[in-house]
Structure formats: C-alpha cells, structure tokens
Design a protein around this ligand. Structure first.
Ligand code: ZN
Length: 124
C-alpha cells in the first residue's frame, strides 16, 4: 500500500524538485509528479487523455469506489491537489481483471489538469 498515505496529516505542499522535470497542477502550480515516474501517456482519463504514473506528490485521496473503466471494473479513489483541491485523476487500488493488475498502486493523472515544467526532454 505504498501509494496511500494518511491524507489528514499532509497539508504542506512540497516544492523540492527544482532540478527535475515535473508535472505541476495547472490551477495552482503545485508539483504533482516527477516526469521520471511516468509509465504511459496512452491512458484515458475521465475527460480526456491521462498519464499513468508510478507516484504522485501533493495529492490526497478521496473515497474509494468501484468504477467501470474501458478495461473493466477497477477499485479506485479520486486524487485531489493539496494546493487547490482540484481533482487530478485517481489512484488504482485494485483491478478486477488479471491483465490489469499492473495498474494497482499507480496513479492516473488527467493530462489537462497538468502543466509541464523543466520540460527539456519532452517530445510534445
Ligand atoms: Zn492545485
């Protein structure tokens, strides 16, 4: 359960990734994830494209729920930006289909909620 911390104890936005390319919240510029943690850009979010990430920072998780996605029912919890409470995507707690198990413990972040910083190595 490495991806879930007690969100009640987290209130401070972390800003210690100056030398790394990161994804930041499009609303408040809080760092959300290191670009090194990107697994795939070929995912679908709720409203558009999504990024599958190994980890995320400055997010808190909401209530878990079973959600039917393109690849079957998954147990997920929405994640929200600590800085502005914007919904950033969701966290995969459990996948029902064996072929989707690799997503467990990963984050799906909505592409349109993110901005890139220090993006010297990106192709877009
Ligand atoms: Zn934010």
């Amino acid at each position: 359960m490495s991806g879930i911390q007690n969100s009640d104890t987290k209130s401070q936005v972390i800003t210690t990734f100056d030398q790394h390319p990161v994804f930041s919240c499009a609303s408040c510029s809080a760092v959300i994830a290191l670009q090194d943690e990107l697994i795939s850009k070929a995912f679908s979010g709720r409203d558009g494209r999504g990024y599958l990430m190994h980890s995320a920072v400055n997010v808190k998780t909401g209530k878990k729920e079973d959600r039917p996605l393109l690849t079957g029912v998954h147990t997920v919890a929405d994640v929200y930006c600590l800085g502005c409470n914007e919904r950033m995507g969701w966290y995969y707690l459990k996948a029902s289909d064996q072929s989707q198990k690799y997503k467990e413990g990963k984050y799906l972040l909505e592409r349109e909620k993110l901005i890139k910083e220090n993006n010297w190595n990106l192709d877009e």
